[in-house]
Design a protein around this ligand. Structure first.
Ligand SMILES: Nc1ncnc2c1ncn2[C@@H]1O[C@H](COP(=O)(O)OP(=O)(O)OP(=O)(O)O)[C@@H](O)[C@H]1O
Length: 253
């Protein structure tokens, strides 16, 4: 599915937080959202996921306004993992991942073997099959993040929206999760702080600053020394890695 924001604006009280942003992601592609703290990434994510309505502008799924989708109808297509996903204390990993199937079931339809397979597949993908019976409140931050991703995968979405999915993860799990997302044929939007991971895993990158879209394009177009200095206020050296052929950003500290 194609996901697009068309001149979306969102305010908290009178303060403009997302200021006329237009971005789009083609089917199966990954759009990275980068920008300094407080630049509006999470707020834009919530608009793109349909969790919030823009004050102006529209979010479109395959050219249809998401404001016109019912909640279940939208949840069958779009899965979101927010930065701090809350879950009730007395539930297990398996319970949380099973919740992903909710939009696909009605009050009358029983749980099926196909649902079990999808849930199992999601647990395998995030490497948590041996934790299925562990209680949510006993998990580490990184494990919770992987469980929430498994819940989103169990939703069998066409669009996956992830707010800093790697921020609690060790380097191996950061790479594993982003590889997993890369291998899915799902339209993805990911807010991410690590510019090297953005360069490696995103097809396109949108840069936000103070709620405005500064620029959007391929990693090579976007991740320039000038942009990093202008937007993040940091001096960097950008080169092409001899190892993987992608950009490599070194910060000159
Ligand atoms: N409900 C709200 N009420 C008031 N201010 C808000 C609200 N939501 C967001 N903001 C403000 O809007 C700005 C953008 O916040 P947002 O969380 O979207 O930024 P971000 O780019 O995701 O930041 P970070 O990188 O720190 O996660 C921040 O200054 C934040 O304080």
């Amino acid at each position: 599915m194609t996901l697009a924001a068309n001149a979306v604006r969102w305010l908290a009280g009178r303060k403009v937080i997302v200021d006329g942003v237009s971005v789009s992601v083609e089917p199966g592609q990954t759009l990275g959202l980068i920008g300094p703290n407080g630049s509006g990434k999470s707020s834009l994510i919530r608009l793109l996921a349909g969790l919030r309505a823009p004050a102006e502008g529209d979010v479109l799924l395959d050219n249809r306004k998401i404001a016109g989708f019912g909640r279940r109808e939208l949840a069958r297509r779009v899965a979101v993992v927010e930065q701090h996903s809350m879950t009730e204390a007395n539930v297990t990993v398996l319970d949380v991942v099973k919740l992903g199937r909710t939009p696909h079931r009605s009050a009358l339809s029983p749980w099926t073997g196909a649902d079990d397979e999808i849930v199992e597949d999601a647990l395998v993908r995030v490497g948590l099959t041996d934790r299925r019976d562990q209680f949510w409140h006993t998990l580490s931050g990184g494990e919770r993040q992987r469980v929430q991703l498994a819940r989103a995968l169990a939703q069998s979405p066409s669009v996956l929206i992830l707010d800093e999915p790697t921020n609690h993860l060790d380097i191996q799990h950061q790479i594993d999760i982003l590889r997993l997302v890369e291998d899915l044929s799902v339209t993805t939007v990911v807010a991410i702080h690590d510019l090297n991971l953005a360069a490696r895993f995103c097809d396109r990158i949108a840069v936000l600053s103070e709620g405005k879209l500064i620029t959007c394009g391929t990693p090579t177009e976007i991740l320039t020394e000038q942009m990093i200095a202008d937007v993040f206020g940091v001096e960097a050296h950008v080169s092409t890695s001899a190892h993987h052929g992608r950009l490599h950003i070194q910060f000159l500290m």
